[in-house]
Design a protein around this ligand. Structure first.
Ligand code: HEM
Length: 512
């Protein structure tokens, strides 16, 4: 504890001295009042920091700065300024802030795409993902998604816990995509390890979780000075990561040996690689599939949870969607991806979920050169945080009142008017991130979510569970990702005809 405090004191002083250099003669965006030495370092809450960023944005404008250990951090809360900078100035806005915790991993967590700086490995990993996840390639996975969603609906019909089953659904979909592996239960070792590693990545990305992130120089300290909490976390993360890579390698080897196994993201790349490139490519592929799991599962689950809570809070919206579905499918048929363009209201619900509660509420960059923007000069080396989530309407990105009236309300209708298509594009542009780092899984995510939502609305009506204590509320855990806190819902089958259709579809799938 003493060594940790000493390290913090010495490094804060060094950062303060170095930080002063960054401030001198710079025309930074406006700054809310903060401590004379520590600036806003200890004012950013670890729980829902985006709300605090939003509060500061209300008084300081769509671009403002904070001082974290005297180093400037620029916060972007408006859509236009974020678009101008992150989507248009790619050379300067593509690097993420370095993560000390990621670089302390012996088996190289910093090779995971989320932490990789632009360069050869970054380009190669993004290309691999693009080849599997682009709009056309994502269509190849639609029948797997449909089969998994129907199996999920059947488990819900049997009364299984919704939140556990949603995790099982999207873990299974993702592991089939990346490794060609179909887990049988939630306690599967690859799911357990992937969950732990994804949680570690989210912790590392959460501002204020580890003191070493505030002081980048700390990565040069001997481990004895890093303190018990940091050392214990690094040891635990390392052990999980090594074990996950070993387990995944075993699965990849066995699917590559099995000529009947369908090709997966990993096996397709590794089958075609030259032997001299195998070791480097294998490492990239391992970390790409870990990045996919970390990027995909919690985000998609958060959106599905948001949908279920929204349906309880807005029963008229649910009824309107079911009326649309019944008019297109008739009774006794389950939806497939081919029905997507015939169900505009269901599509509008999907987009509204992504706007109302974006699963990744903020993203960050490190500036690689000075940037002039209007009257401001953003200095090289400073961090930039784009606040995707906003609660106050005036300056907002996803809750922008210019485009989105009543931003706090769940109103899919906003996407059906004359400005509908433009609004859809705006939501996708903000919710899935920006520029070279835009989410590579967005088409896969929206097609997984669409088929889940359409199938659930066809088979069930989502009701709140009676009792004041079960009142539906959308609340989330602290961290860089949204994780919806446990809630209760009652899924009532809509008719015996759709239940029979679901059971029949399972029998015919089992017979294939
Ligand atoms: C509703 C679901 C999803 C949402 C809202 C979402 C959103 C995002 C956002 C905001 C980013 C950061 C972009 C930036 O920094 O500008 C991101 C990155 C990423 N996402 Fe997604 N995502 C979702 C699903 C997925 C899926 C299904 C996959 C993979 C199959 C995926 C893989 C990734 C990866 C690998 C990155 C890191 C990209 C990089 O750093 O270059 N995501 N996502």
């Amino acid at each position: 504890m003493l060594s940790e405090s000493l390290s913090i004191a010495v490094l804060t002083l060094t950062a303060a001295i170095l930080g002063c250099r960054l401030y001198r003669n710079r025309n930074l965006p406006p700054r809310p009042p903060g401590h004379w030495l520590l600036g806003h370092t200890f004012e950013i809450p670890s729980r829902r920091p985006w709300r605090k960023f939003d509060e500061w944005g209300k008084t300081n404008g769509p671009i403002y700065s904070l001082a974290i250990a005297r180093t400037p951090v620029v916060i972007l809360t408006g859509f236009h300024v974020t678009h101008d900078l992150l989507n248009k100035r790619l050379a300067t806005f593509s690097t993420r802030p370095p993560r000390v915790m990621a670089s302390l991993f012996v088996c190289g967590f910093d090779k995971a795409l989320t932490f990789l700086p632009p360069g050869k490995h970054f380009k190669k990993t993004r290309r691999y993902l693009q080849e599997t996840l682009n709009v056309r390639a994502a269509q190849a996975h639609e029948s797997m998604q449909e089969a998994e969603v129907r199996a999920y609906a059947l488990r819900l019909l049997e009364g299984s816990n919704v939140q556990d089953e949603s995790r099982m659904l999207y873990s299974s979909v993702l592991l089939q995509l990346s490794l060609g592996y179909k887990p049988e239960e939630l306690s599967d070792p690859i799911i357990t390890l992937s969950e732990r590693v994804a949680k570690s990545a989210a912790l590392i990305l959460s501002p204020g979780r580890f003191w070493v992130e505030l002081l980048p120089l700390s990565k040069h300290l001997p481990s004895a000075l890093l303190g018990f909490h940091v050392n214990r976390s690094v040891r635990a993360f390392n052990a999980d990561l090594k074990q996950l890579i070993a387990e995944s390698s075993r699965v990849i080897r066995s699917t590559m040996d099995d000529l009947q196994a369908p090709p997966s993201f990993c096996s397709k790349i590794l089958k075609n690689v030259k032997s001299e490139d195998y070791t480097e490519t294998k490492a990239l592929v391992d970390f790409a599939s870990i990045s996919m799991y970390a990027g995909a599962v919690d985000t998609t689950i958060a959106s599905l949870d948001t949908f279920l809570v929204a349906m309880m809070l807005y029963p008229d919206t649910q009824l309107r969607a079911q009326t649309e579905i019944d008019s297109v499918l008739g009774s006794g048929r389950l939806p497939t991806h081919a029905d997507r363009s015939s169900l505009p209201y269901v599509e509008a619900i999907l987009i509204e979920i992504l706007r109302w509660n974006p699963p990744i509420p903020m993203t960050s960059r490190r500036l690689t050169s000075d940037v002039a923007y209007g009257d401001f000069l953003l200095p090289r080396g400073c961090n930039v945080i784009a606040n995707i989530w906003q609660v106050f309407p005036l300056l907002s990105m996803n809750h922008d009142e210019d485009v989105f009236h009543d931003p706090e309300e769940f109103l899919p209708e906003r996407f059906l008017g004359p400005k509908g298509n433009e609004s859809v594009r705006r939501v996708q542009q903000a919710t899935f991130g920006f520029g070279t780092r835009v989410c590579p899984g967005q088409h896969f995510a929206t097609s997984s979510l669409w088929i889940t939502i359409a199938t659930l609305l066809t088979i069930f009506t989502v009701h709140p569970v009676p009792g004041e204590e079960n009142k539906p509320v959308l609340d989330c855990e602290e961290g860089a990702l949204i994780r919806i806190l446990p809630y209760k819902c009652d899924l009532k089958p809509r008719s015996q005809m759709v239940v029979d259709a679901l059971k029949r579809s399972q029998i015919s799938m089992a017979a294939r």
